[in-house]
Unconditional design. Structure first.
Length: 191
């Protein structure tokens, strides 16, 4: 039976509520969407996994405000019976020097923690993003309300020039790094 991975491409399209961060002409929701599609394609071509996307098209809008958008994502994953939940995001900071990728979890020493470590290692292995480590954040709705191990991946800072170039030109490599991290977590080899 395939392992069910729910990929949540964070935020909604520009012009709607909860559209996400911006920087250097990039929009978070666009990067989240495309990396999610690449990751889904990699997982769907691997018989060991089954995949569901929160945003199957770039125009998909979830919820009517920030709260209902988050609720809808969590409810979709819980109703589908996902085994793992991976939420994709890009970060922003008023300080343009802040850069790197990090992964947020609800609790240390859990399956989510170990998955997060492997996913982050995969991202920094296949890109030039800095490793900002796995971090605890118990306030994030998608980590608190899912019924399965859940991680929130911040793939880099849109407000940092170095990261913005990677987020613009290496979306497939980021997805591949996440995929390899998932495989390593399970002790699988690439097909």
């Amino acid at each position: 039976m395939p392992i069910k991975i729910f990929i949540d491409q964070g935020h909604n399209p520009t012009g709607y509520h909860n559209a996400g961060a911006q920087g250097f002409g990039l929009y978070e929701e666009d990067i989240n969407y495309q990396v999610g599609v690449y990751l889904a394609n990699l997982l769907e071509n691997d018989y060991r996994f089954s995949v569901m996307l929160s945003r199957p098209s770039p125009t998909t809008v979830l919820g009517t405000d920030v709260t209902t958008s988050l609720m809808e994502r969590v409810n979709m994953a819980n109703a589908w019976g996902a085994n793992y939940f991976i939420s994709l995001h890009c970060n922003a900071n008023p300080n343009p020097a802040i850069n790197g990728a990090e992964v947020y979890i609800y609790q240390f020493y859990t399956q989510a923690n170990w998955l997060a470590e492997q996913v982050l290692e995969g991202i920094v292995t296949y890109t030039d993003l800095r490793d900002n480590e796995v971090r605890l954040n118990q306030s994030l709705y998608v980590l608190r309300r899912t019924n399965m191990p859940s991680i929130l991946v911040e793939m880099g800072y849109l407000t940092n020039y170095h990261d913005s170039v990677i987020l613009r030109t290496q979306q497939w490599q980021i997805a591949y790094g996440i995929y390899i991290g998932i495989l390593n977590y399970f002790g699988f080899y690439p097909l």
